[in-house]
Design a protein around this ligand. Structure first.
Ligand code: DAT
Ligand code: MG
Length: 149
């Protein structure tokens, strides 16, 4: 089963959009298996954004993601990565379709509200940066058969 790490970034928390954002993944049919509220350290941010080290926007990206508390979540499902990224929308909010989180609430790439993993491998890796195995909960959802064939 695929896992995706979803972050409500500091702008999402500051703008009181936690519930709105969480609700979109929940209503989509993804299954929540881990959730916490925290402020990222520079050390955690440098691991999470390791692939972007050296890019011109890297310092601003780390400053932004560590600037206030975030909500970190792991959501599970068949095709969880693709489903979550479609719900989030394009990286640049101006290019994101209305109906997506970034398309409905965002204006700038440096304030794009949400993170979602981009591959099953990175989903596992990123989940392990934020959650221990014990913090991820395996549970049976009673309405599963109404979401998954
Ligand atoms: P995504 O968050 O859609 O997976 P990404 O992994 O390419 O996008 O980049 C991570 C974050 O870095 C992205 O959410 C915003 C920032 N970023 C990416 N490209 C950027 C750019 N050209 N200028 C400024 N910030 C950028
Ligand atoms: Mg990415």
């Amino acid at each position: 089963m695929e896992k995706t790490l979803i972050l409500v970034k500091p702008d999402g928390v500051q703008r009181s959009l936690i519930g709105e954002i969480v609700g979109r993944f929940e209503r989509r049919g993804l299954k929540l298996i881990g959730m916490k509220f925290l402020q990222m350290t520079t050390e955690l941010a440098s691991k999470h954004y390791a692939v972007h080290q050296g890019r011109p926007f890297y310092d601003d990206l780390v400053a932004y993601i560590t600037s206030g508390p975030i909500v970190a979540m792991v959501w599970e499902g068949n095709d969880a990565i693709a489903a979550a990224r479609a719900t989030i929308g394009a990286t640049k909010p101006v290019d994101a379709s209305p109906g997506t989180i970034r398309g409905d609430f965002g204006m700038e790439i440096g304030r794009n509200l949400v993170h979602g993993s981009d591959s099953p491998e990175n989903g596992e890796l990123e989940a392990s940066l934020f959650f221990s195995d014990e913090e991820l909960v395996s549970w049976g959802r009673d309405l599963e058969s109404w979401i998954v064939e």
